[in-house]
Write a protein that binds this ligand. Structure first.
Ligand SMILES: [Zn+2]
Length: 315
């Protein structure tokens, strides 16, 4: 089975005998996309719930309009979705399970298209900067966060193009889109184009992490699992589960480049641990080490080392 590129009217769908055939299955026949999908759904014994508008227009706040042609294709147990902009370069993809409701999936896909069009990765720079890209009478650069699609250069199979906000750029343009960012670092995360931004039941929640918020959470964990600052060996497991979550946030703070604040929080967390009495053999030295590994991975902070050593000597 292979999609046909040329939609010549010579190839008429074997089933409806009306629309041009765009899919050919060797030894079986040729079909238009609608008849092909219907045939595949029948083969899977799945009801056709793929009822959705095949065209949608997104209007941006600045009035720019983007019209998309939307189609889906049943490929075995998967359904592949494409939204191709008419007269533009936006192209969105999605995949779903053949048994998932087709019109509900289309609604989610529409949402993704609107988000994709309205979330911009490029920004205009109000003044001229050397090395920056000048296009359509504007100086433009990439925002701090965004996405870039890597697409085939139809004119030259040896090259790729970079698609940003529905516009295409060459490698040397990309250089200029980053021209104003000398001394900065790009952390990259290449993903499959059909990967959803968030998985099912995942939500983006703004998280504020500071030294004070971490100490507050740490004190709460201590209050829950200790009896007036005595931690029974029976409660160590529960304590550590809750403590792990505080450690995760401490790591986020340290990884976000807030090393000083993370170190100050780490010292305070170790100090809180020194005040807890226990009848457990492993607590709290290994926990102190976990903190130290995050905030002082090279073991060079004397204050933190001394806190831990004084505690061990005092045992
Ligand atoms: Zn047909």
């Amino acid at each position: 089975m292979e999609p046909k590129n040329e939609k010549t009217p010579d190839y008429i769908c074997d089933i409806c005998r009306k629309k041009p055939a765009t899919v050919q299955i060797s030894g079986e026949g040729q079909y238009c996309l609608d008849c092909y999908n219907e045939k595949m759904l029948n083969a899977y014994g799945v009801e056709n719930t793929f009822d959705y508008p095949k065209s949608m227009t997104v209007i941006e706040p600045n009035g720019a309009m983007h019209t998309f042609q939307i189609e889906h294709m049943v490929l075995g147990p998967l359904v592949s979705w494409d939204a191709i902009e008419q007269g533009g370069h936006y192209h969105f993809k999605e995949s779903s399970n053949v048994e998932a409701n087709g019109s509900a999936t289309a609604q989610m896909f529409f949402r993704k298209i609107v988000d994709g069009v309205c979330t911009k990765s490029l920004e205009e720079v109000p003044h001229r900067i050397d090395n920056i890209l000048f296009r359509n009478d504007k100086y433009i650069q990439l925002r701090d966060k965004g996405s870039i699609n890597i697409v085939e250069d139809e004119a030259d199979s040896e090259r790729v193009l970079f698609e940003i906000d529905g516009e295409r750029f060459r490698g040397e343009d990309l250089e200029k889109l980053f021209g104003g960012r000398q001394g900065f670092v790009i952390r990259y995360d290449v993903q499959d184009g059909v990967a959803p931004i968030l998985k099912e039941n995942e939500y983006l929640v703004p998280v504020y992490i500071t030294k004070d918020s971490l100490i507050g959470e740490m004190n709460m964990v201590v209050n829950i699992y200790t009896d007036r600052k005595f931690l029974s060996y029976k409660n160590v497991l529960g304590f550590r589960e809750a403590f792990d979550k505080v450690l995760d946030k401490l790591k986020v703070l340290a990884d976000a480049g807030k090393r000083k604040e993370a170190l100050a929080a780490g010292r305070e967390m170790v100090r809180i641990l020194t005040e807890i009495e226990t009848d457990d053999d492993s607590f709290p030295i290994s926990d102190m080490e976990l903190i130290s590994d995050i905030v002082d991975p090279f073991g060079i902070d004397e204050k933190l080392r001394n806190l831990i050593w004084d505690y061990i000597e005092g045992l």
